[in-house]
Design a protein around this ligand. Structure first.
Ligand SMILES: [Zn+2]
Length: 240
């Protein structure tokens, strides 16, 4: 209980912050524009159960030990921060490789499913790197390009999860579908990573984001607070 009571104020503070920053999430892409719908609105009084009861997007997974793989970790090389969790084979409690099943972290409605994706090209990578050098690293379309082939799920109350770098989307997953927690939605890949061009096969990992309002859970918070929030996120709802 002591840990919970320490974490709850953080959640309340961050949820209030996110509620104030409500807005539409961009679904833009510099490649083919995927079919997306706006997320459900963030309620003014956050229901804290929305930040509980998620499962890891890879069965048997766990949070990485490295803070560098967590949300809000700096990405100096592109002048930004990491907006999700990276699940690698070596730091997430289970085997993860190309083709490993990615599952829905909670019940929800599919709002994006990139069945029609073309692999990142050298020309796109070069153009993006030029824009990054000009300070555009955090433009939504640049971030979207580097997330590669994606699935997004809206869980209601302003909460959306994104599953990125996938090698493929499960054939039966379509925009508008209702999915249950644990349903297979996609498969691990390295799409959107520069290494998918320069060193294929070395960056096979899911990148998982939890969006709230128009940003990601944990934005602006120090690593220990981010970790506490995400530990809470993956705490079953049945645990008080
Ligand atoms: Zn990542």
């Amino acid at each position: 209980m002591r840990r919970i009571s320490r974490v709850l104020p953080l959640l309340i503070a961050s949820a209030a912050l996110f509620a104030a920053a409500c807005g539409a999430v961009s679904g833009s892409s510099s490649t083919a524009t995927p079919t997306t719908v706006p997320p459900t609105p963030t309620p003014e009084t956050p229901d804290l159960t929305v930040f509980r009861g998620f499962i890891y997007p890879v069965k048997g997974g766990c949070l990485p030990d490295s803070d560098k793989l967590m949300p809000n970790a700096p990405r100096e090389y592109r002048g930004g921060v990491h907006e999700g969790i990276d699940f690698y084979n070596y730091d997430n409690c289970t085997k993860i490789g190309k083709g490993t099943a990615i599952v829905a972290a909670k019940d929800g409605v599919v709002t994006r499913a990139d069945h029609d994706y073309h692999a990142l090209t050298q020309a796109e990578l070069s153009a993006a790197e030029k824009r990054i050098s000009e300070g555009q690293a955090n433009d939504p379309d640049i971030l979207d390009l580097f997330r590669g082939r994606q699935v997004w799920i809206d869980h209601g109350k302003g909460i959306v999860t994104r599953y990125a770098h996938t090698s493929d989307v499960a054939a039966n997953i379509r925009v508008g579908d209702t999915v249950k927690q644990g349903d297979v939605i996609a498969f691990v890949g390295d799409s959107g990573t520069p290494e998918s061009i320069t060193n294929p096969g070395t960056e096979e990992h899911p990148h998982f984001e939890l969006r709230t309002g128009d940003t990601f859970l944990g934005k602006g918070l120090p690593p220990a607070e981010v970790r506490a929030i995400y530990e809470q996120l993956f705490t079953p709802l049945s645990t008080p």
